[in-house]
Design a protein around this ligand. Structure first.
Ligand code: IDP
Ligand code: MG
Length: 140
């Protein structure tokens, strides 16, 4: 059964470009509730850890540098079928391929600086939420 929770980050490009408010509005308009939210800047160690699955990819160094270049907003979102519905709302990784009206189509700069993160599975949503929010009550 599809889970009710996903994890997102508003990435440094979107924060820098003043799009925190616009993106949160899109998220809540789409029917997601916000169970936790945090404004923070990742350390290099944290960004490497979060994206460890991509360690062998050629863009890993660039990704870690970008994700530590400024503050992000991390959040846990709730909705039925959260992971899949949120991936639809954000659109393709490359904004040039993202559908009209998606968050990445509207706000991403490029395939690397693409405005938002969205978990790709229920399992990863839980891992990623714990990474940013630890054992806080809502995670359990
Ligand atoms: P996703 O964020 O849509 O799930 P992933 O393939 O999991 O995409 O990649 C994680 C992140 O790595 C992307 O959101 C993007 O910021 C960055 N990234 C992915 N592919 C490239 C690339 O070809 N060049 C530079 N950065 C990339
Ligand atoms: Mg991914």
């Amino acid at each position: 059964m599809a889970g009710k929770r996903t994890f997102t980050m508003i990435k440094p490009d979107a924060v820098e470009n003043g799009n925190i408010g616009n993106i949160i509005q899109k998220i809540t308009d789409a029917g997601f509730g916000i169970s936790a939210m945090k404004y923070r800047q990742l350390t290099t160690y944290q960004a490497k850890e979060f994206y460890a699955v991509h360690a062998e990819r050629p863009f890993y160094g660039e990704l870690v540098e970008y994700m530590t270049s400024g503050p992000i907003v991390a959040a846990v979102l709730e909705k039925d079928n959260a992971v899949e519905d949120f991936r639809k709302l954000i659109g393709a990784t490359n904004p040039a391929e993202a559908e009209e009206g998606t968050i990445r189509k509207l706000y991403a700069e490029s395939i690397g600086r693409n405005a938002v993160h969205g978990s790709d599975s229920d399992e990863n949503a839980e891992i990623e939420a714990k990474f940013h929010f630890g054992q806080e009550e809502f995670v359990n």
